[in-house]
Design a protein around this ligand. Sequence first.
Ligand SMILES: [Zn+2]
Length: 179
Amino acid sequence: MFGHYQFCPRCRAELSTRRFPSDTDAERRMCDSCGFIYWNNSRPTAGGVVEDSQGRVLLGRRGIAPSKGLWDLPGGFLEPGEHPEAGFVRELLEETGLHVEPIALLGFYMDQYGDDPNEHTLNIFYWCRVLETSGEALASDDMAELGWFAPGDIPSDLAFQNVVDALADWKAKKRYGTS
Ligand SMILES: [Zn+2]
């Protein structure tokens, strides 16, 4: 547990582990020298479930670790202070070249990043549409390849559990026509 920091990133003193602010809260790495607290909050990501006119969803094959080579929904980590809507629009443009806008919030999905159970992620997915100014989707940045998949043809080698969960929600909501 708490393998991230042995020493304080601010003053270099050795960190201790205790529950804070009360005994019922989570254990945290803390600096008794300068007061630094490593909260280790879940890291927010934002991504998009992009549908084309045939009702297929856009997936990208990851070109980087973790889960390199597996299919992922386009998206990524938010920049400091960035609104999730702005973040997923930026990530979609970087990774696919597509200009998109949100139709609805699909949901929030908790997960971990890679193999480390201490790297928590909070994944926000928007259901979105492609704006007419966009051309063809082209893989770039973290994505090695892009593909459009019908709801019944989603590949089984998906990159993260949050992608599995988000796609299941998307398929369920499509079936019941909520958007
Ligand atoms: Zn310190």
